[in-house]
Ligand binder design. Structure first.
Ligand SMILES: Cc1ncc(COP(=O)(O)O)c(C=O)c1O
Length: 382
């Protein structure tokens, strides 16, 4: 049976019970900290992590890098993370046949920090950011924390973006920032490059930046929006090593953009924000990109296998370009609990009639499919 992990330091129990002596901002008092339930369950398919830990060779090289920098930890890290940014540019250039250099890349502690820096530089009081929802909730959360007005535009049929209405809302609302996640979390939906180009043009007309969040891009067959940056300098692409590189614990995200947009990141970053350890570990992981991308291919083929298996047991699954997908359920809350009873944790993302599952190892996926099949069978005999 699933055991809850001990309460974390975010003091969840205190939410809404703030003492009078604490001068917390009024607009934060009713908020809850972000976080998926962390339960101690055998099969955890709820946070879109990559299930494959680093290989033995990679662990050895990571250890080597740590012991090398260990002797130099009295010194601050390279403040501008130049070597890491150069290697990230090289990685992107290899994938997308582009010509970026370190000046086109910003690196930070996870793409969440990148997104926060984008808000600090281009959002804030009196400005608006717009997003197509359902999508990654941190865009909205960081808007709130930075005092940026959030405009939510509902996605259309099959969670795709309705371009006509998107363009007219952008023209009417004139936001400073427009967020587009592709493949989208939690729906897995891919927005084709031709549509991104059209959205970018609408943004240019009102002086907005288009931020394309490509956290799951390596799992998709669609070309990356980085290929549009040379023609559309107000398009910024945010990516992460958390998913494809299976490096979520190391916290490395990055932005690919025109050099002037990257220069603006320097105005809002904290000095020495990216530790020597983080930079060194990321460089080692980048040198293993071929090995790590082989696992991405395996996960993408597992996604197809899982969706086919679900089809066979009569569960509709939504097409996805990421390492997760949505599946349908008449009663998602009940099914979530039933799967948990079988030791499988998926995510109830709050979408009516849907749950989200992350693609795990083939064995984990088999356990999920078996648990779902047995829940289906029980509900049909009820
Ligand atoms: C769409 C999207 N963007 C950004 C992130 C943040 O990733 P990280 O901060 O680990 O780089 C996530 C994490 O799940 C995500 O789903």
């Amino acid at each position: 049976m699933a055991k809850p992990l001990p309460p974390d330091s975010m003091g969840n129990l205190m939410v809404n019970q703030w003492p009078d002596w604490l001068p917390l901002r009024a607009d934060l008092k009713s908020e809850k900290p972000y976080g998926a339930p962390q339960l101690d369950v055998p099969i955890r398919l709820n946070t879109n992590e990559n299930p494959f830990g680093p290989s033995k060779a990679l662990v050895k090289d990571l250890e080597g890098a740590i012991s090398e920098i260990g002797a130099r930890l009295n010194r601050y890290p390279d403040r501008d993370a130049l070597e890491l940014r150069r290697e990230l540019a090289r990685y992107i250039n290899q994938l997308s046949d582009t010509r970026f250099a370190e000046g086109n890349i910003w690196a930070a502690n996870g793409s969440n920090e990148v997104i926060q820096s984008v808000f600090l530089a281009f959002g804030g009081a009196g400005r608006s950011a717009l997003g197509f929802e359902p999508s990654y909730s941190m865009h909205r959360n960081i808007a709130r924390v930075t005092g940026t007005n959030w405009i939510s535009v509902a996605r259309g049929e099959n969670f795709a973006i309705d371009l006509t209405s998107a363009k007219s809302v952008i023209a009417q609302e004139r936001p400073s920032l427009v967020f587009l996640t592709t493949p989208n979390n939690p729906t897995g939906t891919i927005t084709p490059l031709a549509e991104i180009r059209q959205l970018a043009r609408s943004c240019a007309e009102v002086g907005a930046l288009l931020i394309v969040d490509e956290a799951y891009q390596e799992f998709s067959d669609e070309p990356s929006a980085v290929t549009l940056i040379p023609e559309l300098p107000h398009l910024l692409v945010c990516r992460t090593m958390s998913k494809a590189f299976a490096f979520a614990g190391a916290r490395i995200g990055y932005l690919v953009a025109d050099t002037r947009a990257i220069d603006a990141m320097l105005l809002v970053r904290l000095p020495y924000h990216l530790s020597s350890a983080t930079q060194a570990l990321a460089l080692v992981a980048l040198s293993y990109s071929q090995e790590l991308l082989a696992n991405v291919a395996l996960l993408s083929s597992e996604r197809t296998r899982m969706r086919k298996s679900l089809e066979r047991i009569g569960v509709a699954a939504i097409s996805s370009g990421a390492n997760f997908f949505l599946f349908e359920s008449a009663n998602p809350a009940a099914l979530w609990s039933e799967l948990l009873e079988s030791g499988v944790l998926v995510r109830d993302v709050g979408l009516p009639a849907h749950l989200r599952v992350t693609v795990g190892t083939p064995e984990e996926n088999d356990r999920f499919i078996a648990a779902l099949a047995s829940a289906q069978e029980k509900s049909s005999t009820r």
